[in-house]
Ligand binder design. Sequence first.
Ligand code: AMP
Length: 132
Amino acid sequence: MTTTAPYDKTNIFARILRGELPCKKVFENEFALAFEDIHPSAPVHVLVIPKGEFVSFDDFAAKASEVMQAGFWRAVGTVARQTGVDKTGYRIVANHGADAHQIVFHFHVHVIGGRQLSSKMANMPKELPQTA
Ligand code: AMP
């Protein structure tokens, strides 16, 4: 499965959106559903997913309507405020494709906080490419 493959309606987040699988819901409106990550990497680790068929961030950025894009990103901000991490700081991450280890092919944003996060982004390459 790659990010250029067509949207797979059987992916796990599509099934959560349809109510076929449970989730620990944090927030929901007409644009987005937010729920706790099943393997949290911090005290607050919430996934925000759009209510539409978008494989990845790239697919969402290219194809979602302006209303959906605005509504979705507002929902991400609401989740951060609702969980309280807006006061202490948080990181938002969207993994796109193989090099970023995207494993669920329904666009999602991780909202991560509730503790001091590493000053470096996770999973830096072992060796940086030579520039000279
Ligand atoms: P990624 O596609 O690399 O951005 O990561 C997908 C994320 O989804 C991982 O952090 C998983 O722990 C999380 N995840 C996978 N299945 C579930 C599920 N059923 N409920 C909540 N989170 C999940």
